[in-house]
Design a protein around this ligand. Structure first.
Ligand SMILES: Nc1ncnc2c1ncn2[C@@H]1O[C@H](COP(=O)(O)OP(=O)(O)O)[C@@H](O)[C@H]1O
Ligand SMILES: [Mg+2]
Length: 654
C-alpha cells in the first residue's frame, strides 16, 4: 500500500486544463512532465469552419525519397517511444512486487530493465523528433519554392482576382501550417496511438477484468473535462462581452470628455462603469465556479478510480483470482494494469491537438493546391512552351476585339476595337482616361486574351504564338519606372541577361544615360530600394534602357512620362522622340501619350473612346477633321493654358 501511494504521489493532480472539445482531461504532473508527454497545453481556440481540405498524402507532393524515409524513421521512433512509455509502468509494477518479495537479484534485474528502457526511450525520442523535423524542413523549402513558382506563372488575370498584396503572408502562413502537419505533430499523434494501443493491449493481457473496470471509469473523467472545457469557453465569452461593454463605456467617456465634464457627469459615468464591471465579475465568478466543480469532480473520479481499482484488485485476489499461468495476482499487477489503461486514456486525450494540426495542414494544403492546380491558360511554365515562336513583331492588327477584365466582367472595356500598325511605324494612342489604351497594350503583351475578335501579330493569331517568343520581341516602359534594388547595370541587364558590354554602351547612349558617367561607381551604382536614389526622369531612362537592351522590334510606352516633373518629362520625351525618329531601325513604337502635344509628329495617332478607335491618322489630318481628336486637343490646350498661362493651343500646331 505504501508503494502504491508512492506511485500515486508521482501522478499528482495537474493544473493544466483542457479547454477544447473535452478531448483531454487533467492529469499533468511532475512525473508526466518529466516524461514529456502530458505537458502539452491547449489554448481555448475555436476551430473555424474549414470547408476545403486535401487528402493527407497529397501534402507529400514534393517529398523526395529521402524525405519519406526520414518521415517513416521518425514515425518508427514515435511508435517505439509510445511503447517504451507504457512499458516503463509495467516494469514499475514488477519492481514493486520484487521489492515486496525482497528478491534482490530480480530487483537488480528490473533496475537494469529500467536502464534499457531509458536507452530505448532516448534513441526513439531522438529519432522521432529529429527525423520528422528533418523531413519537414526539407519539404518546407520545396513547398515554398513550388508555391512561389506556381504563383508567378499564373496568368495576369489571376492576380486581378486574387489579393496579390497578401500573398507573401498567406504563403508563409500556409507553408507553416502544412509543415506542422508534416512534422513532429504527426510524430506525437503516432506516439499517442502507440501508447493507447500498447496500454490497452498490455492491460487486457495482464488483467482484463481490471482493464474493463478502468475503461468504464475513463468516460466519467471525460465528463469532468467537458464541463471544464465549457466553463473555460464561458469565461472567455463572459469576459469578452462584459469587459468589452465596460471598455466601450470607458472609451466613450474619453472621447466625449468635454461634454461629460460640462454636464458634471463624471460620477454618473464612473457609476455606470462600476456597474458593468460588477456584471463582468459576476460572470467570471460563475464560470470559475464551474471550472472548480469540474476540476474537483475530475479529481474525485480519478482518486475514486484509484481506490476502486485497488479495492477491485484486492477483492479479486482474495477470491483466488489467478493469472493465466496460475500465479497469484499481486499489488504490482493492480498497479501496472491500472496505469497501462490510464496512460492509454491520457494518450487518447492528447490526440486532439495533433489531429487539429493535421486538419489545419490539410486545409492549408487546399489553399496551396488551389494555386498549384489552377492551370494558367496563357502562361506556360518555362520548359513547357508551346506555340509558334516569332523573333520579330512586324504588324499588329486588332479585329473587332471585345474585352472585359475578369475581375469586372460587367464593364465592357474594349468594344470592337479595330486597328492596324505596320512594321516600323511610330504610333500613338490617345483618348480619355479609361478609354482602354492600356488595355490594348496588355492585349499586345498577351496578358489577357480577348473575349471576341482577334489580335494578330505578323498576321498570326496571337493565341497560337509562344508567349516567351512574343514577349522577348517587345520592350515595355510603364508609367512608374519599376527598378529592382540592385546596381544600374543589373537593372538594365534584366532586359537581356546575355547582353554584351557593347550592347550596354549602345543602350546607355540611346536612352541618354549620360548622368551615369558623373557617378563614381558608374554602372555599378546601387539604385536604392525601388530606385529611390535617382530622380524620376533618371529612373525612367534606366527603365527605357532595360527595354531597349532586349533589342525589341516593338516598344510599348504607356504614359512613360506622366509621373515625371516638367523638366524630367522633357528629357525623357527628347529621348523618346529620338527613338521615334530612328528611321534606320525597324523599331515599331506604340506610345500612350498623356500630353497630346508630345505625339504630334507620330506616323499615326489612334483616338480611343469608350473602347473603340474612333479616329486614326496623322496629327494634321485629325486636326482638319475637327472631330474627337480636335476636341481633345482643344480641351487639353485650354487646361494647360490655365495651368501654365502659356498659349498651349497654339503649340499644338494647328
Ligand atoms: N486589371 C483591371 N481589372 C479590372 N478593370 C480594369 C483593370 N484595368 C483597367 N480596368 C478598367 O478598364 C477600363 C480601361 O482601362 P485602361 O485601359 O487602363 O484605360 P486607359 O489606359 O485608357 O486610361 C477602365 O474602366 C478601368 O477601370
Ligand atoms: Mg492607362
Amino acid at each position: 500500500a505504501i508503494l502504491a501511494r508512492a506511485v500515486l504521489a508521482q501522478t499528482p493532480t495537474g493544473d493544466k486544463v483542457a479547454t477544447r472539445g473535452g478531448a483531454c482531461w487533467t492529469g499533468t504532473g511532475s512525473s508526466s512532465e518529466a516524461m514529456g508527454m502530458f505537458s502539452k497545453t491547449k489554448e481555448g481556440e475555436e476551430a473555424p469552419p474549414k470547408p476545403k481540405t486535401v487528402a493527407y498524402h497529397k501534402l507529400f507532393k514534393y517529398a523526395s525519397c529521402q524525405d519519406i524515409t526520414f518521415f517513416l524513421l521518425g514515425l518508427f521512433g514515435a511508435v517505439v517511444q509510445g511503447i517504451s512509455q507504457v512499458y516503463m509502468i509495467v516494469v514499475f509494477g514488477d519492481i514493486m512486487d520484487e521489492i515486496f518479495l525482497s528478491n534482490d537479484d530480480e530487483t537488480l534485474e528490473m533496475v537494469r530493465m529500467f536502464m534499457y528502457i531509458g536507452i530505448v526511450a532516448f534513441f526513439s525520442g531522438w529519432m522521432q523528433f529529429t527525423f520528422t523535423n528533418l523531413s519537414m524542413e526539407a519539404q518546407k523549402q520545396k513547398l515554398r519554392l513550388a508555391y512561389l513558382t506556381a504563383v508567378v506563372h499564373q496568368d495576369v488575370a489571376w492576380f486581378d482576382t486574387h489579393q496579390a498584396g497578401s500573398l507573401p503572408e498567406s504563403i508563409s502562413a500556409n507553408i507553416e501550417k502544412i509543415a506542422l502537419g508534416l512534422g513532429d505533430k504527426v510524430g506525437n499523434l503516432v506516439m499517442d496511438v502507440s501508447m493507447l494501443v500498447t496500454g490497452l493491449t498490455l492491460g487486457l493481457c495482464y488483467w482484463w477484468k481490471m482493464t474493463l473496470l478502468v475503461i468504464a471509469i475513463v468516460p466519467l473523467m471525460a465528463v469532468g473535462a467537458g464541463v471544464m472545457a465549457q466553463a473555460m469557453t464561458d469565461i472567455q465569452n463572459e469576459n469578452q462581452t462584459w469587459y468589452g461593454k465596460a471598455g466601450a463605456c470607458c472609451e466613450e467617456v474619453m472621447r466625449a470628455l468635454r461634454t461629460v465634464v460640462a454636464f458634471r457627469g463624471e460620477q454618473l459615468e464612473c457609476d455606470r462603469y462600476d456597474a458593468l464591471l460588477a456584471e463582468a465579475k459576476k460572470g467570471g465568478v460563475r464560470a470559475q465556479l464551474k471550472v472548480g466543480i469540474g476540476m474537483g469532480y475530475t479529481m474525485a473520479i480519478m482518486f475514486g478510480a484509484y481506490g476502486l481499482a485497488f479495492w477491485f484488485g484486492a477483492y479479486l485476489m482474495k477470491n483466488g483470482e489467478t493469472k493465466a499461468d496460475g500465479d497469484m495476482f499481486m499489488a504490482g499487477d493492480v498497479m501496472k494494469t491500472f496505469f497501462c489503461v490510464l496512460f492509454g486514456g491520457f494518450a487518447l486525450g492528447m490526440m486532439g491537438e495533433p489531429l487539429q494540426a493535421v486538419d489545419s495542414a490539410r486545409a492549408a494544403g487546399a489553399a496551396l493546391y488551389e494555386v498549384l492546380e489552377s492551370k494558367p491558360l496563357i502562361e506556360a511554365l518555362a520548359g513547357q512552351e508551346y506555340g509558334e515562336k516569332i523573333s520579330d513583331v512586324k504588324t499588329i492588327e486588332f479585329k473587332d476585339v471585345m474585352f472585359t477584365y475578369p475581375a469586372r466582367p460587367e464593364v465592357q472595356v474594349l468594344n470592337g476595337t479595330t486597328l492596324r500598325i505596320d512594321a516600323g511605324q511610330k504610333v500613338a494612342l490617345v483618348g480619355e482616361s479609361g478609354s482602354g489604351k492600356s488595355t490594348i497594350i496588355s492585349l499586345i503583351e498577351r496578358f489577357y486574351d480577348p473575349a471576341a475578335g482577334m489580335v494578330l501579330i505578323n498576321g498570326i493569331d496571337i493565341k497560337t504564338l509562344s508567349t516567351t517568343g512574343l514577349r522577348a520581341a517587345i520592350g515595355y516602359v510603364g508609367q512608374e519606372p519599376v527598378l529592382f534594388a540592385t546596381s544600374i547595370k543589373t537593372n538594365i541587364m534584366y532586359g537581356n541577361p546575355k547582353a554584351t558590354e557593347q550592347d550596354l554602351l549602345e543602350v546607355k547612349q540611346r536612352a541618354q544615360l549620360d548622368f551615369i558617367d558623373a557617378m563614381e561607381t558608374g554602372m555599378e551604382t546601387f539604385v536604392g530600394a525601388g530606385g529611390n536614389q535617382f530622380s524620376g526622369g533618371q529612373k525612367q531612362r534606366i527603365a527605357l534602357a532595360r527595354a531597349l537592351i532586349k533589342k525589341p522590334s516593338l516598344l510599348l510606352l504607356d504614359e512613360a512620362t506622366s509621373a515625371l516633373d516638367n523638366k524630367s518629362e522633357k528629357m525623357v520625351q527628347e529621348t523618346l522622340d529620338k527613338l521615334g525618329q530612328d528611321s534606320h531601325t525597324s523599331l515599331t513604337t506604340i506610345e500612350i501619350a498623356h500630353r497630346l502635344s508630345t505625339v504630334r509628329n507620330r506616323d499615326v495617332i489612334f483616338v480611343m473612346q469608350k473602347g473603340v478607335v474612333v479616329e486614326s491618322g496623322p496629327h494634321k489630318e485629325l486636326m482638319e477633321k475637327k472631330g474627337t481628336y480636335y476636341a481633345l486637343v482643344a480641351s487639353q490646350g485650354a487646361a494647360e493654358n490655365e495651368e501654365t498661362g502659356s498659349a498651349a493651343v497654339d503649340n499644338t500646331g494647328v
